[in-house]
Design a protein around this ligand. Structure first.
Ligand code: APR
Ligand code: ZN
Length: 375
């Protein structure tokens, strides 16, 4: 292939400074070094975490190329790479799986010590970047940077998937599906007949609702300040919709009244301290499980009434459904290909990559569940 070992010039989106709109630029993408792969992106989703990064809620180094929910094809590999080869269909992994650190060696959890989210260096594992624009060094985001026609990722941040995977939508298995669906079915293990509340009915919340429904929840209460999200949420399985702005009482009081005492499972997929506390307070006093998925700003704190803790409720944070990413994401792809999980209702928009600004407008206007950008 003529790009092998050469720097590629291509289109990418750059966040030059905090909270500014992204600009589409010509960037140079260096060849992969040892232990890395260069990926030709095919599709990438716009996730709440990218918006958090652009707004500085997840602090990254500027200027950077955003994006983490990606599907692509390996263009070339660096020395020593064995788990992927040129031509393979792959997903990018916002949380890697190095298989060596204390997190990877423990059967529970998945937050690999080699992640680059909290905190973020914006650099590859060797401390350098593979991107430049107009002669300036450009930082990576989460070591994925999927808002680029080509990106370079560590081998531990990419995984080969089934060659039959439809590349125009499978990218949502790189974040939205494990984060939401996985939180319900793999982390919480929602039980048949149970009651659930989901705070936030965006991409992640919608995937949580699908998981609750798939595992037989009898009642799923959806909470969102944007009522435009309600019809789709109902179609996915939400039985009751609540808009906190229209309630005369705190939303947790409404949830408790609706269920008699509180839900079996509460999920927070917004990223605000106040909705995390509301999710906790919505839980059944004895066995309620509160799952926090939303990522909140760096100095954000919440306080719980200490007495509400000792009665038996569980508070658990979950990232990517607790799945070990490299081991499990290909299995999720296969489950989709076997019609065991349906990802299609989670994608509401598909736009060409160069219409990124329109895609973000739709996202900020609350019109999208997931908008997938196609290269
Ligand atoms: N109360 C209720 N709903 C709210 C509130 C609020 N105060 N603020 C925002 N919302 C709703 C929005 O209207 C939107 O429907 O939360 C939803 C958030 O959805 P998206 O913006 O689509 O974000 P998503 O990709 O689902 O991510 C949600 O999970 O993974 C994390 O970092 C991610 O914190 C983010 C969260
Ligand atoms: Zn994401």
């Amino acid at each position: 292939m003529d790009t092998l070992g050469k720097t590629i010039t291509c289109l990418a989106a750059i966040a030059w400074k905090t909270n500014s709109s992204l600009s589409l630029e010509e960037v140079q993408v260096e060849p992969p070094k040892a232990g890395e792969g260069r990926i030709k992106m095919i599709s990438t989703g716009i996730c709440g975490s990218d918006d958090h990064a652009i707004k500085g809620i997840i602090p990254l180094k500027y200027p950077f190329i955003p994006g983490h929910e990606g599907a692509g094809i390996v263009e070339s590999i660096g020395e020593g790479v064995s788990s992927v080869k040129p031509g393979d269909k792959v997903l990018t992994l916002i949380v890697p799986q190095c298989r060596e650190c204390s997190a990877c060696l423990n059967p529970k959890g998945n937050f690999c010590e080699k992640q680059d989210i909290l905190p973020s260096s914006g650099l590859m594992l060797d401390g350098t970047s593979r991107f430049t624009c107009k002669g300036e060094k450009i930082y990576h985001s989460f070591r994925t940077s999927t808002f680029s026609e080509y990106t370079v990722v560590p081998e531990i941040s990419v995984v080969k998937i089934d060659a039959a995977a439809p590349m125009d939508k499978i990218c949502v298995i790189s974040c939205e599906v494990p984060t939401g669906y996985g939180a319900a079915v793999h982390s919480a293990k929602v039980t048949p007949g149970s009651t659930c509340v989901v705070f936030g009915l965006g991409g992640i919340g919608s995937a949580i609702v699908m998981g609750c429904k798939a595992f037989g929840a009898s009642r799923i209460i959806g909470v969102d300040i944007n009522e435009e999200k309600f019809p789709r949420a109902r179609a996915l399985g939400v039985t009751d919709c609540l808009n906190p702005s229209n309630l005369k009482k705190p939303v947790q009081e409404a949830v408790k009244e609706m269920t008699g005492i509180g839900v079996d499972f509460a999920f927070e997929a917004i990223g605000l301290a106040e909705t995390m506390v509301a999710a906790w307070d919505s839980c059944h006093v004895s066995h309620g499980v509160c799952i926090i998925i939303g990522v909140s700003p760096p100095n954000s704190k919440f306080s719980l009434s200490a007495q509400t803790v000792s009665t038996g409720r569980t508070l658990k944070g979950v990232c990517l459904g607790d799945y070990k990413t490299k081991d499990c994401f290909p299995q999720l792809v296969t489950a989709y290909l076997q019609n065991k999980i349906n990802i299609d209702p989670l994608i509401t928009h598909q736009l060409p990559f160069d219409q990124l600004h329109k895609a973000f407008e739709l996202y900020h206007a609350g019109k999208t569940i997931r908008c997938v950008l196609l290269f």
